[in-house]
Design a protein around this ligand. Sequence first.
Ligand SMILES: *Cc1c(COP(=O)(O)O)cnc(C)c1O
Length: 446
Amino acid sequence: MKTIQEWTDENSLIKDLIDLKEVLWINPKYEPFQAGIKNLPLNDGNVKDAEERLNRFAPYIAKVFPETSKQNGIIESPIADIPHMKQKLEQMYGASLPGNFLLKCDNALPISGSIKARGGIYEVLKHAEDLAIQQGLLTHETDYAVLDSEEFKNFFSEYSIAVGSTGNLGLSIGIMSAKLGFKVTVHMSADAKKWKKDLLRSKGVTVIEYKEDYSKAVEEGRKQALSLPNCYFVDDENSHDLFLGYAVAAIRLKKQLEDLKITVDENHPLFVYLPCGVGGGPGGVAFGLKLIFQDSVHCFFAEPTHSPCMLLGLVTGLHDQVSVQDFGIDNITSADGLAVGRPSGFVGRTIEPLLSGSYSVSDDELFRLLSTMADSENIYLEPSALAGVLGPVKLISEAEGKEYIQNHHLTDKMKNATHLMWATGGSMVPKETMEEYYRKGKNLSL
Ligand SMILES: *Cc1c(COP(=O)(O)O)cnc(C)c1O
């Protein structure tokens, strides 16, 4: 591997990352959709299959999580119009930001209150289905509400599930697995908040805590799971199922935008800004969106300045062969959902031709945006979830962003654009913790 000096000589952006500066990076490997989609390991058939599986489980979900019954057991979040936040952003950053500003409120997803309620829950359901079908207990034609029974719970109690997490994935996997009857162990990194561990323990989940970061929790979890019979490890760094569970969001989003009479086409571009940790969540959503909107959608990832792992993996082309710590970056951030030092190689390579770019945001900025979002729209998000909110500012006011807009012949179309910021979590945060976040943001805004 090259030395840090060689990397920074070759690419000044890497120097900025090391110096913890906020950056905007435009992906030089971005390709037109038809070219970029070739040779990828997954396709739209896989996403459709995941959507159908979630539909099969809907009667069960509606039964065991009554908060989803209004949506007939479909775990989905609303889209909010955020005109006041748009105004605030224009004031804060002294920029005119044309286009329509929308927030995808995954903070309000039922069951676990974050984007992990997509991929995490999907993978547990798929595993449960696989086991039950293998044993001849279920067919695709069965009403899956039967899973809510002593017979099935006893069956699943012979099996265990394990996962490594910074918190939110553990919550989703833990809650869903315990509900089905599985024995479940969550390996939590040092970043994981105490309330998340307490909540899981209250549901009968075994929580193992590590003093190290996410990569260590995953590694230990994987090792222990391998040594146990009947134990299934949810592999956040490599899982195609997690990725596909996230990708289903795109099919649902298309319908939501149609219902809101929002056009997405060549003359009405859609920009989507996705907070990124290891990459599965934002990668899966972006992949699904590209399959549907192709060249009309432009996806950007957002990471904390202290944990820009996916950005570093993409810029160097080394993907999971590199960590932020290799470059002397500490991976310490209040955005616990994004506190990942080493990206998923599978996601990096899959998303490489489809991703428009990526940027980094400081923790202070996340807190300022948090209190501003609360004041202007009365929407309370966790710090990670604010990373996407800075996207339009970066794209429209930074030189690299302006160049992207010009190169893709978007200048005249920006007034017709929709900017969708993916708010990835928040509703599970205890009130006192949220008040602390809010006060911190207010103080930083003075
Ligand atoms: C996990 C998480 C993300 C990012 O998802 P990855 O799959 O880790 O990239 C973003 N926001 C929140 C709140 C999360 O919990």
